[in-house]
Design a protein around this ligand. Structure first.
Ligand code: SF4
Length: 300
């Protein structure tokens, strides 16, 4: 059983306990990756590199930034491994989304001197409680000191959808990152949560009160308790299944035999595709699905 939980693992359990079981309990190797996640990672890598250059006083041109993105894309793209779920799209479409995301971000923030970077790809690991029973980990894209002195936690989002403000005000991922930064950095001043929706070129922010932070902390411990007490690991069919990397193993999609092997302790079968990706954990991009008011996941 997992000892430390990330926003991704908590979200995975809530969306489909069976997927959680495959990913975090049976640890079935992943032989493929969705194109959305693939492009999201390349964009994150390029933005991280951009800020490393900026820290050294060197602002690369937009052409260099885009060139580096194409280079990374070409070096890592393997059509046997990358899954494209939507019928009406191809790799070129997603490649261009990455270019547009970088161009949007670059033009909005050039020359990147409007704030101060305090951390890039900052790994955090902290306990939600004093006893150390509820450990949380994560990776923050960028920690920033804003011109008004406020500490900001930035997250780059490469998906198309921009959530409503109400959703962002209840977002768990950045809320947990705030709890982590407050604890690890002993930060007691205001903290602003900032989402950079780079593809649609929009920025959203949220700030939490002490009561909201406490509610988030408590709610998260309850989810962790549910995971720890889970025994059934039921499937939950939804639009997410199209993007699920464990579909071949899932009993809902004819994978009952493979699952039986895993449950009997025979271990995961060797992945059939080359270059298996590591088990995705702090996945920065999610499939284009959202939860409806009836709790069902739907395609965007
Ligand atoms: S295919 Fe669907 S139901 Fe099966 S594990 Fe994946 S998300 Fe869950």
């Amino acid at each position: 059983m997992q000892k430390t939980f990330s926003p991704s693992s908590l979200g995975c359990f809530e969306k489909c306990p069976k997927q959680y079981w495959f990913r975090y309990i049976a640890k079935v190797p992943v032989a493929s990756e969705g194109i959305e996640a693939f492009v999201g990672k390349r964009v994150h890598e390029v933005l991280e590199r951009l800020y490393l250059f900026v820290e050294d006083g060197l602002v690369p041109s937009i052409e260099k930034v885009v060139y580096r993105y194409h280079q990374l894309f070409d070096e890592t793209y393997d059509e046997r491994r990358i899954r494209i779920v939507r019928d009406d799209t191809d790799a070129g479409f997603y490649r261009q989304n990455g270019v547009r995301s970088l161009e949007n971000y670059y033009r909005r923030f050039y020359p990147f001197d409007g704030d101060t970077t305090l951390g890039l790809e900052k790994k955090i690991n902290f306990d939600l409680d004093e006893e150390g029973q509820y450990a949380v980990r994560g990776i923050i894209d960028r920690v920033v000191r804003a011109p008004d002195g406020v500490l900001e936690i930035h997250d780059f989002k490469t998906g198309r959808r921009v959530p409503r403000q109400e959703e962002l005000d209840n977002d768990r991922q950045l809320g947990l990152y705030e709890l982590g930064i407050r604890k690890l950095w002993n930060e007691s001043g205001p903290i602003r949560l900032v989402w950079q929706y780079v593809l649609s070129n929009q920025v959203r922010t949220s700030e939490r009160t002490a009561d909201q932070r406490e509610a988030l902390r408590h709610k998260t411990t309850l989810v962790i308790d549910r995971i720890r007490n889970e025994t059934e690991w039921k499937t939950r069919k939804s639009a997410l299944c199209g993007w699920c990397e464990y579909r071949d193993h899932c009993p809902l999609f004819g994978g009952a035999e493979k699952q039986a092997r895993l449950e009997a302790g025979h271990g995961p079968e060797k992945p059939t595709a080359p270059s298996p990706a590591a088990v995705p954990d702090d996945t920065r991009t999610t499939p284009p699905v959202r939860e409806g008011s009836d709790g069902q996941l739907r395609l965007l």
